[in-house]
Design a protein around this ligand. Structure first.
Ligand code: GRF
Length: 192
């Protein structure tokens, strides 16, 4: 049977992209088609290349074109797109073409701490400022609104009053590393 093919979109370090690549290397029914970044010097591109995955970089104006992204995914026969630390808005045309085929990883328990400006450390700083007792990650489908699509899974971690920004970042990263690949796998194989 033909393997399901994933594209991973990422803008930065790419620890989640690399974790996905390693998890699906040699997988019997899922493979990575390419990694795309909107930044040509994003470390994720070099790391993915080292793991023999095709990499692509497009400028911010190019990734604003839904049609260009659609053509790219068609050319590479992509079934699902995973946003792993991708810091650009996804064009509406592309979301419509891939209905329930785009999965985003967000470092908070949505709907809390989502929306405009809520990415990376901004999220964790806001969570700590509000003295939350827990945080976590949300893996969800992407729809036309920011951080609003159907939730696939959430995972939680406790926050102690002594936790620093770095402590919270580490807890969230651990959740991401432990759960993102398996949730993506189960979603694609229809097991959730
Ligand atoms: C992760 O925390 C993810 O939740 C968020 O952006 C960060 C990306 O980190 N969307 P990395 O580039 O995968 O290391």
């Amino acid at each position: 049977m033909k393997k399901k093919r994933l594209a991973i979109f990422a803008s930065g370090t790419g620890s989640n992209a690399i974790n996905l690549i390693e998890y699906f290397t040699g997988h019997e029914s899922i493979e990575i088609g390419f990694v795309l970044s909107n930044k040509k010097d994003a470390p994720v591109l070099a790391s993915a290349s080292q793991l023999c995955v095709e990499t692509l970089s497009l400028s911010n104006s190019e990734v604003s074109s839904g049609q260009l992204l659609i053509e790219l995914c068609e050319k590479h026969q992509i079934d699902y797109v995973i946003l792993a630390g991708y810091l650009r808005l996804i064009p509406l045309e592309f979301i419509e073409a891939f209905s329930e085929g785009i999965i985003n990883l967000h470092p908070s328990l949505l709907p809390n701490y989502g929306g405009k400006g809520m990415y990376g450390r901004n999220v964790h700083n806001a969570v700590l400022k509000n003295k939350e007792k827990e945080s976590g990650i949300t893996i969800h489908f992407v729809n036309q609104k920011f951080d609003d699509g159907r939730v696939i899974a959430q995972f939680r971690c406790p926050i102690s009053s002594l936790d620093t920004l770095q402590d919270l970042e580490t807890k969230i990263r651990n959740l991401e590393q432990n759960y993102l690949p398996v949730v993506v796998e189960k979603t694609i194989l229809g097991m959730v």
